[in-house]
Design a protein around this ligand. Sequence first.
Ligand SMILES: [Zn+2]
Length: 394
Amino acid sequence: MSSSSNPSNTKSGYEVRRLQLEPTPQLDALVRAAGDLYTRTVISFWRTVRKHGLWLKPSAMMRWHTSDQLHAHSADAVVQGFYAALKSWRKRRKTDPHAKPPHRRRRYYRVQWKSSAIRVQDGSLVLSNGRGHAPLVVPWSWEAPVLVELGWAGTAYELRAVYSRPTAEPVTAGKVAGVDLGEVHLAVAHDGERTVIVNGRKLRSIRQYQNKLKATLAAKQARRKKGSRRWRKLQRSKRKQLRKLDHQMHDILHKQTTTLVSTLHASGVQTVAIGDVRDLRQRVDYGPTANQRIHQMVTGQVRWMVTYKAKRLGMRVELQDEAYTSQECPRCEHRHKPRGREYLCPACGFRFHRDGVGAINIRRKYLGSGPVVGAMASPTGVRWHPHRRVCVAR
Ligand SMILES: [Zn+2]
């Protein structure tokens, strides 16, 4: 599922919050039930016109055709959809002699829920369907919309929640994950229970190889006369090889961030607090300046990708000042600079993966809560596999 967290304003003063939903048997069944109802409406309407010369009214059609699976008002909306198309054709044909009436059968049709079928309960949007059919439940941290529509948006379903006035801030933050962006690990997320680590090793090795390649090719080129045929040939080859590596890195970033975001989403996270990386340089000791630049670029990209992918899944994304988050002990708030990959608190003995500590603290600061208590589960990793198939579209 997903969304833009800044809902778009339409001219009429309505506000629409859009969320993407991955196809599920339930969603498929709903749009198919609507398609079936629409098709029955189309057939009956034109058959009645043909056989009896009668244009049935929408109310008569709504009584005639209903659907088991859809809420009564959702079923009415499908029939109304046909009549709206009919009306638009009658208007169009006044100026366009080639305008065609709505004749086409639909395998799928959009499903609408009116306010009578919409409620928000325990952080979920609950959309009622026909009697005996499970409601559609979507994690939700906002108020109840007045109208909800489910349609197909090319690669996934899109849920459009319509508000009659500008929506307020989310009513709850829901489950919160803290995300720490870094070098060795591209990102580490902690949601209060689990810690997920996105490994950056493969990306780094490609980057190192890219640097080596640049140096080798530059040395080769230096032996040729600048602008000569040989020189230009080398130049072309260099560009091609470097571009290929760029694509590989981009692909890794996409797959890694998609996996991270879908993992968070699957565990019910509704708000993602990302450590603000602007003062990162003071925090970590870097080598050459060039590395800093590249690193900042990658962190920025990871942050950007995590942000838009999380928003698309309906999550709220916030930046959290991450000062001292890598040093402070999540249990006793004692500060010390960890050595190596493990954080071990000299004051209370708290022991955890170093990068995990940052994510735990970012979450803790975002929530404004005190020290964490109890044991923490060991982090799980998200590694990059060349043939990983991600189910969430980019
Ligand atoms: Zn401690």
